[in-house]
Every structure is written in structure tokens, then in C-alpha cells.
Design a protein around this ligand. Sequence first.
Ligand code: NAI
Length: 327
Amino acid sequence: MKIAVFSAKKYDQESFKLWADPSLEFSFFDVPLDQHSAKLTQGYAAVCVFVNDNLSEAVLTELKMMGVGMIALRCAGFNNVDLTKAKELGLRVARVPAYSPQAVAEHTVAMVLCLNRKLHKAYNRVRDDNFALDGLLGFNLYGKTAGLIGTGRIGVATAKILLGFGMKLLCFDIKKDEELVKAGAHYVPLEELWAESDMISLHCPLTPQTQHLINDTSLALMKNGVMLINTSRGGLIDTKAVIKALKSRKIGYLGLDVYEQEADLFFQDLSGQLIEDDVFKRLLTFPNVLITGHQAFFTQEALQQICQVTSENLLAFKANRLSGNEL
Ligand code: NAI
């Protein structure tokens, strides 16, 4: 079975070679899937796509016309897929529900520690023979309060690390994880989480209900100097509201692995080009903002899991059975 892999980087090709099922025939395209590149899929039974590929109504219709029968997401989030249209067209969609919650949780905590202890600044200073400590003052995480929005796989993995630091844990989710409660977490209404947390980390999916969850109103309820971390999806944050909150010192630290308009920026080397996104460029001017380009998932273990589960999903489609990861 022939599969067209979009947004395919060198590391995708290498990991598919190592860990994907050898009976599947992959062609790699480094361009993202959109209405134009959808025309490349003639003769392919399936496409394999990532977080910023476009699976809107128009693209899905084009894929169907080209003879594609399945969309294999090599990620967990599926906010970029028009599932209603896919169903209407009879296109099967399957994802990799959990490739490594620990990978994202560990990156989340890496951002917390880096921002708090200002490692990004210390690294440059020491390389410049500057060993002064002024401006590098941090705080103990022990005894502080962390607020987690979304306690699914990644939220729980993050919670366990933070509990290990001796942090108090406040959580908000539409459903409770009783194990986490037993481990010492408290589920509270959102207003209480905003008001009580020293550090807030987002781990819920991007849905119409969670879009711009971080906005002028929620920011106003937070502690002055709060640390905000987003390794989930960019659309959870109203970036302009966050910039205002950074300027007013409401936000003391901001760690982002995702960004609302990341599709135009992330996963490519733009170092020789002009970035036209003024909002993104403004974010980069703050010394207390740390941005990584959607790399939280990026561990060897996660890539292996992605290849293996994507193979299972594709083989199930080929054999006309279900893998259990269909949406
Ligand atoms: P999950 O499905 O295991 O957990 C999501 C949790 O959010 C669930 O407990 C669910 O009940 C909760 N939730 C849903 N709607 C909510 C709402 N309105 N308010 C509060 N909670 C709500 O998903 P998982 O694996 O933990 O992933 C979380 C998110 O992380 C994904 O949606 C994805 O966007 C993002 N992600 C980011 C990666 C990265 O590299 N930066 C990699 C993988 C996932």
C-alpha cells in the first residue's frame, strides 16, 4: 500500500525507515499538505500528516477525488482535521493517541526550570566569562502551587513530576482522575486555579470550549508575576492578551512550545529570512519569555512509538479492520 507522508523532515524519514512496518510503501514530501499539495496524492491509498497540515473541507474533498481513503495522523491532537467532512466523504482518520506523554511532560518541566533559574541567560553569560549572579535570582518550586488545566495523559505525567518537587497541585478538567487525587492533587473551579497558582500549565486539547482560554479576563484573575506554560496548542492562548500581561508584569514568566500562528513558522529553518509576524517577534523581545518550536514531543522513544502506531493504523485500514485509534 502506498502512503504519501507530508511535512516529512529528515528525522521522520530516518525513523520511518527504522521503525515503520516494512510492507508499507512510504513516499516523503517535505511540503505541508494543503489544497495545492493534495494534488500530489494521486495513486496513494493513504496520507500521513502532522500537526500543521491542513485537513480542511476543501483539502479532504481533493484527497477523496485523488483516490485517498485514509488519513493517518502521526500526532495525538486533531484540531486541524474537519472530522465531520471526513466522515461524510467516507475517509478514515486515525491518530497516535499517546506517543510519549513523558516526553511532553519532561519538556514542560524543563521550561519551568529554565525560566525560573534563568538558564537561557546563564548559559550565554558564562560563555562570555560573565559569572555575575545579578538578575538570575530564582525561587524554590518546593511549596509553591502549580495549576494544571487538563489532566489526561500529559497532564498526569506532568503532575507526578511536580508533586515530586513538593509543589501543591490544583487541577481543572471536565473529568477527574481519581488516582491523581489520591496522589495529592485537588480539583478546583477554574477561578480558584487562576487565583491560587504560582505556575499554570496547559494540557487540554484545543476545542471551541478551550480556544483563548487564556485571555484578558482569565489573566486578570491570576497572581501578579505568574508563570504560564503552554505545551499543548497555540490557540489556547490569546497571544495579544498575553503580550499586554507581560508588559503590565502580570505574567512574570512565559514558556511556549506552541503558538497560534505556528504553521507559518515552526518546523523549518527561517534564519535567513524576514519574519513578518510582528506578534511573534514582539514575544521574542521579552527576557522572561522562552519559546521552543513545538519540540516537546521530540524524543527517540516518541518517534519510535509514532512510527509503530501509525503502521498499525495503516495496516488495519489495508486489512479493512479497525486499530482502535480511529476518530
Ligand atoms: P488527553 O486526551 O490524554 O488529555 C486531555 C485532557 O484534557 C483530558 O483529561 C480531557 O478531559 C481534558 N479536557 C478536554 N476538554 C477540556 C476542557 N474544556 N477543559 C479542561 N480540560 C479539558 O491528551 P494528552 O495526550 O494529555 O494531550 C494533551 C494535549 O497536548 C493534546 O491535545 C495536544 O494538543 C498536546 N500535545 C502537544 C505536544 C507537543 O509536542 N507540544 C505533543 C502531544 C500532544
